[in-house]
Design a protein around this ligand. Structure first.
Ligand code: NDP
Ligand code: OXD
Length: 314
């Protein structure tokens, strides 16, 4: 039984870590000349952004391990076999990074760093800063999963009133986070979110959710943080909301097309901060350890954790 490996951007370090962690498994590098010498022996694959022909010859494939938390790239892959089990990363060291990212954006909004930065560019000593108390700066986190719930909790520990929104009802961790769910909970959740963080998976239900109708339900001048996926956002609606003042700014990590094309209006917009899909990166040790533990669980006939529901898309 062999495992085929392809993680876009890996310089060999992740592949090597898998080989060290799983010495009894044959881990094949997709980029090697003999990768598909015996495709009938390949029962599992570890992937991030596999090429279009990746699955074509894998007739015995049973599991695909995503080297990522999100699996939208995989579910949209044209060659993904229907019957294989997809297993994703859960947190694996990403929630701490994501909480730092969201806190950075929250502070940017609360301490009006965008306005101060513009004043600096004009050498203007601008002391016209309105105090926004932490207790009056509501942060709303869309998604209460492995990342969203940790992000909400960590931001709440800094004194912000934090709300979270998910598909199904969930208990509040430590009672610190106000929980909302489903369509009926969305308006009230949004009304209290001066800062909105999107940590939803990209599914048919969430595609384009960050749109004009949603922005209009936020308090005027709200700030958007999107480390979810680029296709959650309607780019034109964001630009319109910034022009009208309904939103005061945005911190964006993910885009419909990545890398973001040089001609995209987001690059030059004074109220948009862009980061290149680095809000939370897969940490080698944690991610390899989690996937290896799942591979070993399957070897023992146990159920792995992080199995994706094809029906819900996450
Ligand atoms: P999870 O699957 O653990 O959590 C998803 C959450 O979203 C759940 O709370 C779920 O609700 C909720 N949700 C899903 N669909 C809906 C819906 N239609 N309406 C309301 N809530 C919904 O995901 P993770 O927390 O692990 O990751 C979230 C996303 O973060 C990833 O899919 C990926 O896109 C992004 N990401 C980005 C990174 C970056 O660097 N920019 C790094 C890592 C992840 P319920 O609890 O009811 O199931
Ligand atoms: C992920 C990502 O989903 O890096 O893990 O975006």
């Amino acid at each position: 039984m062999s495992i085929l490996f392809f993680c876009q951007g890996d310089d060999g370090q992740v592949l090597q870590a898998f080989r060290q962690r799983l010495p009894d498994h044959d881990i094949i590098d997709w980029n090697s000349a003999s990768a598909l010498a015996a495709p009938e022996k390949i029962t599992a694959a570890i992937v991030w952004m596999p090429p279009d022909d990746f699955f074509d010859k894998l007739v015995a494939l049973q599991q695909v391990y995503a080297f990522s938390a999100g699996v939208d790239h995989l579910l949209q892959h044209p060659g993904l076999p229907e019957e294989v089990t997809i297993i994703r990363l859960q947190d694996a060291g990403m929630s701490q990074q994501m909480a730092e990212y969201a806190l950075y954006g929250t502070l940017h909004y609360q301490r009006q760093m965008g306005m101060l930065r513009k004043a600096q560019q004009d050498a203007e000593w601008c002391r016209d800063v309105k105090v926004r108390a932490t207790a009056d700066t509501g942060v709303g986190v869309l998604g209460a999963g492995a990342l969203g719930l940790q992000v909400a909790t960590k931001i709440a520990l800094n004194g912000y009133p934090v709300s979270s929104w998910s598909r199904s009802a969930r208990p509040s961790p430590d009672g610190r986070v106000s929980m909302f769910h489903a369509e009926e909970g969305l308006s009230e959740f949004l009304a209290g979110s001066q800062v909105l963080v999107c940590l939803l998976p990209l599914t048919e239900a969430t595609r384009g959710i960050l749109n004009r109708q949603l922005f209009e339900q936020l308090p005027r001048g709200a700030f958007l943080i999107n480390p979810g996926r680029g296709d959650h956002l309607n780019d034109t609606d964001l630009l319109t909301a910034l022009d009208s003042g309904q939103l005061s700014g945005a911190l964006l990590d993910v885009f419909s097309t990545e890398p973001l094309p040089a001609t995209h209006p987001f690059w030059q917009h004074p109220d948009i901060i862009i980061t290149p899909h680095v809000a939370a990166q897969s940490l080698t040790e944690e991610s390899v350890g989690q996937i290896a533990a799942n591979i070993e669980a399957i070897d023992r006939g146990e159920t792995p954790s992080g199995v994706v529901s094809r029906q819900s898309g996450y």
